[in-house]
Design a protein around this ligand. Sequence first.
Ligand SMILES: [Zn+2]
Length: 406
Amino acid sequence: MLVSYSVKGEEPVVIEALKVRALPEGSYDRLLEFLRLYRDVVQMVVDRVWSINDKLSKKKLHKLFYSNLVSMGFRAHHAKEVYVYAESLVESARGNGGRKPILRKLSARIDRYDYKLDLDNMVLTLKLHNSYEARLKLVSSKERVEKFRGWGNYEVVVKYDGSGFWVSIYFRRAVKAVKPRTVMSIDLNFDNVTLAVLTLNGRLLKLKRFRTPHRKVLSHRIWVERIQKRYPSSWRFIKGVRKAIDRHGERIRDIPWDYSHKIGDLVAELALKYHSVIILEDLDELRENSKKSREFNKKLGLWFYRRIQFCIEYEARERNLEVVKINPRGTSSKCPTCGGKLDEYEHRVLRCEKCGFVGDRDVIAVMNIYKKYVSKYSRCGVPGVALNAPKPDESPSGMRGTKMRL
Ligand SMILES: [Zn+2]
């Protein structure tokens, strides 16, 4: 159901699609006829744009197709949707080095000027070509729809799958950021997601660590490789072996999805409780930062981290919380007190060459991320925090050990 959020101008928005079955009232011949016509016309525009072999501006597209489509009985917005959609199909096919797109499915995108949505009565009225209107009864539970009250909707996609109609309604909601009272900095690495919540003047309110399922995923991978090695040429053809591989494959796919969603929810709930602005490492910058990125890529690649970040960001924005990304350069190699170079001291513990400061690797990272944000976005100082590591999935109430002045 989740589509994506995007930034339109300055104002971030959340976008979600609701897909429901739709029952046309009365005969649906005209609706089917419209879907066929829509498909054929999109194909016609695709054929033409494909043959031109050059990127066309919106203006050029309009000039080429608009009046033609309108004269065929399409409403103004349908006409625009048709050529914009056709052009995007051609663009993406060319981008993938693919062949000319051939449309088979019956599906039409209809923008908000050409439909009326009545959520109270669950009725969708479509304004089709030649000013014909089709009414569809939407089949869905009240709970699913309730969520979207107060959201705007801007487009519907109507589909016919051979046995019935489906409608996807695209909802959009502007996100107004909550004014942050605290800062939550988050560090992702192979084993842990570590987060710290601090006040703007540096008081530590919460330090928490979640274990990642990276190693679990990795062990499933190793199993697959082992099986494939044992049956190098035959594993595809032996039913039992293939089944075992499928089972591991399923886990490899499911674990990251389930985990990302869960962690996104947990983190955003915590940030909501503390009215935090959430600070994440910018993964695009990370790619430049060769040492850490090698460590990442070696194992599973960046996509899992991206997935986790996406979920944190999505869940945060759903709660009107602000998310900021900072360049992670130096956050795992510099001393949070004096900025000196850190060396490995014990397993996962680092020590500063210059001032002798010792701290847990992940906690150092979240403190440095916090410091970077504060020095960039606020004028407040960053005083006393102790840097003992919490155990995974624990939330230490107070901090023990060395008091550090940052
Ligand atoms: Zn130092």
